[in-house]
Design a protein around this ligand. Structure first.
Ligand code: HEC
Length: 192
């Protein structure tokens, strides 16, 4: 009898700890020993011990990302765009693999404005921001002889730094993928 009462009591205790509100933590028994709650500073929390009162410190000057990337030497100016066209050479061969990857990256990053077929404001692609009246500036037609006449480095520059009203995509797309997009555009939006 005593045993049954004890068991019922324990079962009651155990069941009482089940609840419908998982966002509520109720009591914690070990919290006072600092085992549940780390005292470490969070990345974005203020920090009285470090310069500037921030936990996450700015990168030392001149820091470059790994993965073989080098700082881009040209500015967002027309003269630099032309210079990039002369100086930069596409390091990748125009293989079906590179064209396919270029197509994929183009469709992700550029098609939303220039259209899957690259025809800009004249595109048959009804999903572009311009066609949906969500972007007011007519995006350039990238299938023209003019665009195809640009050296690879010039188009690479436009992707990296932007062009007039078009924003830069250097921080979103890796250098090799930018060169693949260039191949895809100059190959007339074909992968063969
Ligand atoms: C948010 C919309 C938008 C996105 C995204 C966008 N562009 Fe543009 N792009 C434009 C507009 C608008 C122009 C034309 C106006 C201008 O030159 O400023 C343009 C111009 C260009 C030009 C220059 C054409 C010329 O004759 O000078 C190239 C090349 C180009 N884009 C390629 C790309 C590529 C490649 C991507 C993807 C990495 C891309 N754009 C993404 C809006 C966009």
């Amino acid at each position: 009898m005593k045993k049954t009462i004890l068991l019922l009591f324990i079962a009651g205790l155990v069941l009482a700890s089940c609840n419908h509100y998982p966002e509520k933590t109720y009591w914690d028994y070990m919290g006072e020993f600092d085992m549940y709650y780390s005292k470490a500073y969070e990345s974005y929390s203020p920090n009285p011990h470090l310069p500037g009162g921030m936990t996450l410190q700015p990168m030392p000057e001149g820091t470059v990302p790994r993965d073989g990337e080098v700082p881009y030497p040209f500015k967002n100016k027309l003269a630099d765009r032309k210079l990039a066209g002369q100086k930069l050479k596409n390091p990748l061969p125009k293989t079906p693999e590179n064209l396919e990857r270029g197509q994929m990256m183009y469709n992700i990053y550029c098609a939303v404005c220039h259209g899957k077929d690259g025809k800009g404001m004249a595109t048959a692609d009804t999903t572009t921001l311009y066609k949906k009246k969500l972007y007011p500036i007519p995006p350039a037609d990238l299938t023209t002889d003019l665009v195809r006449s640009y050296p690879d480095g010039e188009i690479y520059h436009v992707i990296t730094m932007g062009s007039a009203i078009m924003g830069p995509h250097g921080s979103q797309i890796r250098p090799a993928d930018r060169w693949r997009i260039v191949h895809y555009i100059k190959n007339g939006f074909k992968v063969k």
